[in-house]
Ligand binder design. Sequence first.
Ligand code: NAP
Ligand code: 3JN
Length: 337
Amino acid sequence: MLTRKAAYRVAVVGATGAVGAEMIEVLEERKFPVENLLPLASVRSAGGTVSFRGQEIPVRILSKDSFEGIDIALFSAGSDVSREFAPLAAKAGAVVIDNSAAWRMEPDVPLVVPEVNRSDVFSHKGIIANPNCSTIQMVVALKPLHDQARIKRIVVTTFQSVSGTGKEAMDELMEETRALLSFKEAKPKVYPYQIAFNCLPHIDEFLPSGYTKEEMKLLNETRKIMGDPSIRVTATTVRVPVYVGHSEAINIETERKLTANEARAILSTAPGVQLYDDPQRKIYPMPLDVAGRDEVYVGRIREDESIPNGLNLWVVADNLRKGAALNAVQIAECLIQ
Ligand code: NAP
Ligand code: 3JN
């Protein structure tokens, strides 16, 4: 358990990565009470620094002893690192907020999106999991509708930006675009195929069922966060050549009928949601506009005319902020409030 203090010693594991760098920025922006920041990464980052509150802070190499005296440890260095080091951090007395898939489905580990299941934070036993970015933006938009009309089934297709894969993938999109515009060949390394000017219906590994692990995260995590194992979810996840911002085309079937206007009214006051829906004026959310913003943007709300109680929605959020760093810092804020 976290003792209340004026300021906290915070470690960021994966501080040099796409998500870790965003975490440090969000901590500073939201004036999180940080007494000391400890940026941790691999030997590849030895000698490097990160900027925090106008200071250059040396990056330390992650080791078993990194967590002595740490109050809160934000992890975003992948599942293997989290599996090995999160229990050590918790044992040393830190509360871990983990961004990887390593602990999300463990029954003893709360999986939290503060707008949806804030109170779950307080049942932690040292580790709290941050959901997958695609799940976070979907549940922020759908929980208010579920509370009013009970969602029975969700059909979702995602359009996920390359920043979801990390720094190297962002560089790959830039290098491929540059090469192709100079009539040279694209040489994919991070992705199995060229991502520039293309779409890959493949995120994370394929399972024997034909689904990917990313698609199954949307199913399992949604049920756990919404606290309703009866919700049926089916997903197709697609990587698109966008730098920042994941988009989702979502179809829901509800027990009680919701008109498009009712859904708009509910979402116009929902926490963390920005309704952006006026197609006659060409108003709908797009990743270019939503990158850098905190809210989950919802537009294109329409009644699904193929079933009695169905709705279609288009949901866009900044995957590095609400999808990862911001959600993690909001969990930390719940802990200290
Ligand atoms: P990234 O840009 O590739 O950064 C990876 C970070 O992890 C770097 O700081 C790297 O340090 C560090 N790292 C890697 N191996 C390490 C090790 N053995 N010991 C210590 N540090 C190590 O990746 P990213 O996009 O930030 O994502 C990082 C992780 O966050 C992902 O693997 C995933 O688990 C999680 N994530 C979650 C979501 C979500 O949906 N909530 C979204 C994206 C990512 P060096 O720079 O020294 O190599
Ligand atoms: O691809 C995306 O848009 C989100 C990526 C998330 C991710 C990337 C690598 C490893 C995860 C995750 O959070 O589920 C993981 C992982 O921890 O398994």
